[in-house]
Design a protein around this ligand. Structure first.
Ligand code: 13P
Length: 251
């Protein structure tokens, strides 16, 4: 059985005070909805407020990025050890916005994934094709390549601390959601890539999320697909009622 993970990715939204208010409001709304992991990946500055507000609830806190070195002259970066000590359980790695705007490559995504997992965090590794790549017919090739590159050096045993999120770039923040069949197919390509490296039995145990304009209206259909084991949610994770509805759809 695969674990379902519903994770919000707040991106560059919410202040520490807003974080505290949000989680205080959300906690009773999702209490007892324990058939999935509930995660909020928040800006680094919000982590202390989020961890504090989530204490004693079923909400886990994640970060949005992690550096690959343990320490050193890397101005502006945050290490896995710092995140662990702050009480973080999950971290998003290789989001397409980081690939697009901050020079993230398949190599650095791999290094960040290794650093996260070696420190005991669960990495939510993002992969996904642009519309141009899809139209050229590269979706399967690209998803398999990105998945294998990101997981290079990750052992079979460490896969239990890996979640892969298939996020088609054309569906992020656009309001255009992949159809449930497209999401299932993309997630299936990710799972097939994992199977090619680690074996089919192991691939069956790995949580593969869909992300890209998932919301309270489409979550149930997306989550009904065999290869869709949860969601990575941007915009709809900024509203307690919408996020709760998605968690309920997963329960
Ligand atoms: P939206 O849900 O806003 O499309 O964002 C998806 C995403 O990028 C989650 O990481």
């Amino acid at each position: 059985m695969r674990k379902t993970v519903i994770a919000g990715n707040w991106k560059m939204n919410m202040t520490p005070a807003e974080t505290k208010a949000f989680i205080t409001e959300l906690a009773p709304m999702v209490a007892g909805l324990d058939k999935c992991d509930i995660v909020l990946c928040v800006p680094a500055i919000d982590i202390p407020a989020a961890v504090e507000a989530a204490k004693g609830t079923n909400i886990k806190i994640g970060a949005e990025n992690v550096h690959f070195k343990e320490s050193g002259a890397y101005t502006g970066e945050i290490s896995a050890k710092m995140l662990v000590e702050a009480g973080v359980d999950y971290v998003v790695v290789g989001h397409s916005e980081r690939r697009q705007y901050f020079g993230e490559t398949d190599q650095t995504v791999n290094l960040r994934t290794l650093a996260a997992v070696n420190a005991g965090l669960t990495a939510i590794v993002c992969v996904g094709e642009t519309l141009e790549q899809r139209n050229l017919g590269y979706t399967e090739t690209l998803l398999k390549y990105q998945t294998k590159m990101a997981l290079t050096g990750i052992t079979k045993d460490q896969l239990k601390n890996i979640v892969v999120a298939y996020e088609p770039v054309w569906a992020i923040g656009t309001g255009v959601t992949a159809t449930a069949d497209q999401a299932d197919e993309g997630n299936g390509f990710v799972r097939a890539a994992i199977a090619e490296v680690y074996g089919a039995d192991v691939a069956e145990t790995v949580t593969v999320q869909y992300g890209g304009s998932m919301n309270d209206g489409n979550a149930a259909e997306l989550l009904s697909k065999v290869n869709v084991d949860g969601g990575l949610i941007g915009g709809a994770s900024l509203k307690t009622d919408k996020f709760t509805a998605i968690v309920k759809a997963a329960n």
